[in-house]
Design a protein around this ligand. Structure first.
Ligand SMILES: Cc1ncc(COP(=O)(O)O)c(C=O)c1O
Length: 403
């Protein structure tokens, strides 16, 4: 490996919620471990890997020129995004006009909702549901209608197109938030699935907000298909949201962007995003993106995806082969695994509410499924050096599942 994905970093007192943000287990954060155990950070969707050297180099170069006055996004910034989407996602129809800065992907989701909906409107999402969608929508007066994903006979999470259609009609829905790849189920949707979903949306005039923040993190050779590439209708009716933050571990820097082809939609979303007067990029963050979206960043991402594939495969296979009463699907993208522990809980007389604490007590800081609309599940982010994944499962073997 050209890059370091094995060193276990010390992130204590270095601005990391994943490490220093543990609570008492009653809110968003897991509880801190019992004495004698350190905590392995498997909850927040960030990584215990230093970002790509090309990112820090670009930031250093910019900081070495110590002038931080008003500025405009550079041609290099736009070109880096256009090239990244061409080389990594096979998309060759993005022009500079289509790209617009967003402080966060969730901020972009809210701006798009504000354009496409009235307050109180019903919005379609799949469940399990990324907790950020729930929070952002509730906070802004939108009502989420959940269409459940279900595991097929092969253990793959699938959409239920008939259920989606029924809920859209029954709830007069005209906007859907689509997560691709899907957090927390780890699905990378196949072309036929995307096309069928878009056909449902088109039939009922449902605009699409497609959150593709995970689209660079592809495991075991899976390929991401951008929602806008599935049909001419989808191209014109989709707000797509991206960021280098998941891929390069830059969430604390802030800096996301949208891609919108339809000029009317683009103008409306930009107007909405502008209203706060602080949807503006940090100059260092702009240079981080240009450092990320280049050849060296691409090589780093390829290695990252290999490391994460190994971690996810190890975790999936360990659960499948060792823990009776726990179901899990092999993740295709993202670095999260969703483990259904309901059968294990039921047969061991452990409540879904109490179950996550069994792991937290021994430093396995997985995330409680209740946050993702799936009580009795846990989400495990395997974005740590492999040795820590092995350590976590060793603790689960010994102290939780007792195998
Ligand atoms: C699906 C999804 N969307 C958005 C975000 C957050 O994006 P941002 O920090 O840019 O708002 C996350 C973070 O985990 C995510 O998983």
């Amino acid at each position: 490996m050209r890059f370091d994905f094995t060193t276990i970093p010390d992130r204590h007192n270095h601005d990391a919620i994943a490490i220093d943000g543990l609570g008492d287990g009653t809110g968003f954060a897991p509880a801190a471990p019992k004495e004698g155990f350190d905590s392995i950070p498997l909850w927040v969707a960030d990584m215990s890997f230093a970002t790509a050297p090309s990112v820090t180099r670009a930031m250093h170069e910019r900081i070495d020129h110590p002038f931080f006055g008003y500025y405009e996004e550079t041609d290099a910034y736009y070109q880096a995004i256009i090239d990244w989407h061409r080389t990594r996602k096979g998309v060759d129809d993005i022009s500079r006009d289509c790209i617009g800065y967003e402080n966060g992907v969730l901020g972009g989701v809210v701006s798009a909702l504000n354009v496409l909906c009235s307050k109180g409107d019903n919005v379609l999402v799949h469940s399990p549901t990324y907790v950020g969608f729930t929070g952002a929508c509730e906070n802004n007066g939108y009502h989420l209608v959940h269409s459940p994903l279900a595991l097929d006979e092969g253990g793959v999470w699938r959409m239920d197109f008939e259920d989606m259609e029924r809920r859209i009609v029954d709830n007069k829905i005209h906007c859907a938030i689509f997560c691709s790849p899907h957090n927390p189920c780890g699905r990378v949707w196949e072309r036929w699935e995307l096309e069928k979903a878009m056909e449902v949306f088109e039939r009922h005039d449902v605009w699409v907000i497609s959150d593709e923040i995970w689209s660079d993190i592809l495991l075991n050779g899976n390929k991401h298909i951008p929602t806008q590439q599935t049909s001419e209708w989808a191209r014109e009716h989709t707000v797509a949201l991206y960021a280098p933050s998941k891929t390069f571990n830059l969430a604390g820097l802030i800096g996301s962007y949208h891609v919108i082809h339809n000029p009317w939609l683009r103008d409306r979303v930009r107007k909405e995003s502008s209203l706060s007067h602080y949807n503006a990029q940090n100059v260092v963050s702009m240079h981080a993106l240009t450092g990320a979206y280049g050849d060296e960043g691409a090589a780093w991402t390829d290695e990252l995806c290999q490391v994460l594939s190994d971690n996810a495969n190890y975790a999936y296979e360990h659960i499948r082969d060792t823990y009776e009463g726990v179901q899990c699907s092999r993740p295709e993208g993202t670095y999260v695994l969703l483990a259904d522990c309901r059968e294990w809980c039921d047969s061991h007389d452990v409540s879904y509410q109490d179950f996550p604490r069994l792991g937290w007590d021994v430093g396995v800081t997985w995330h409680d499924g209740r946050l993702f609309e799936c009580p009795g599940f846990v989400r495990i982010a395997v974005s740590v050096p492999h040795a820590q994944v092995v350590d976590a499962f060793d603790r689960l073997d010994r102290y939780v599942f007792k195998v």
